[in-house]
Design a protein around this ligand. Structure first.
Ligand SMILES: *Cc1c(COP(=O)(O)O)cnc(C)c1O
Length: 223
């Protein structure tokens, strides 16, 4: 039996002040989520719309849900009413849809732009140039239904710590560039979401402000 409470406290003990923990609860049962909740954890991350919908209705209302997976535009309308942050926005099309659906329910949705820096082909996300282009285009400035609050990325899934570090520092430098150019006066543009179970300790050394840890807290996922 996984000792969720103990694992949670171990992870929290490794996080410096100012780094938020998103407990990634995808494929984990409600009991485990509640165990972390009872210890004070309030931010949880899910990557499937149906599972999120079910958990959102079954679990306490003050949980802040982050959507961390690849989001299809046709699913946006289902999660927008209650999502606290959509972390992985990887296209202008998706941003437009989040804006549209948010305006429809009279709210503003916090989002992060997902960067593709890892060497793997399979990862989603915007290349640095695509991200620059999206921001330079300026359409997002008119979107009253979304607020771009920072950047998110996944490093390559490798053992080479130096490669992971290099990718995360590339993201951190890019954050500074974007912050200076487009969000210098926007306090809300402050999130750098990188670091998972196997690399979150490296991530906090690479200026992460938000780590997304699942397995280390909840154990292996039950697919
Ligand atoms: C599943 C997932 C995580 C958590 O992964 P663990 O290895 O279980 O910590 C973090 N970020 C994203 C985008 C994920 O899909």
């Amino acid at each position: 039996m996984t000792d969720v409470k103990n694992n949670l406290h171990e992870v929290l003990a490794n996080l410096p002040d100012g780094v938020q923990l998103v407990a990634i609860s995808k494929y984990h049962p409600n009991e485990k989520i509640l165990a972390a909740y009872e210890e004070g954890q309030r931010i949880f991350g899910e990557s499937h719309e149906q599972e999120l919908k079910r958990k959102h209705t079954e679990l306490p209302a003050d949980i802040e849900w982050h959507f961390i997976g690849h989001l299809q535009t046709n699913k946006v309308k289902y999660i927008v009413p209650y999502i606290s942050m959509i972390e992985a926005v990887d296209s202008l099309k998706l941003l437009r849809e989040i804006n549209k659906q948010s305006l429809r329910c009279g709210r503003t949705t916090d989002v992060l732009l997902e960067l593709h820096i890892a060497a793997e082909e399979t990862k989603y996300g915007l290349s640095l140039d695509d991200c620059r282009q999206l921001l330079e285009g300026g359409e997002w400035r008119e979107m009253k239904g979304v607020r771009i609050c920072g950047l998110m990325m996944m490093a390559s899934n490798v053992d080479d710590k130096e490669q992971i570090r290099k990718e995360m520092l590339t993201a951190a430098d890019f954050f500074d560039e974007v912050k200076a150019r487009y969000f210098a006066d926007a306090d809300y543009f402050r999130h750098r979401s990188w670091g998972m179970s196997h690399d979150y300790r490296i991530a906090v050394e690479c200026r992460s402000t938000m780590v997304r840890v699942g397995t280390t807290i909840f154990g292996e996922r039950e697919y």
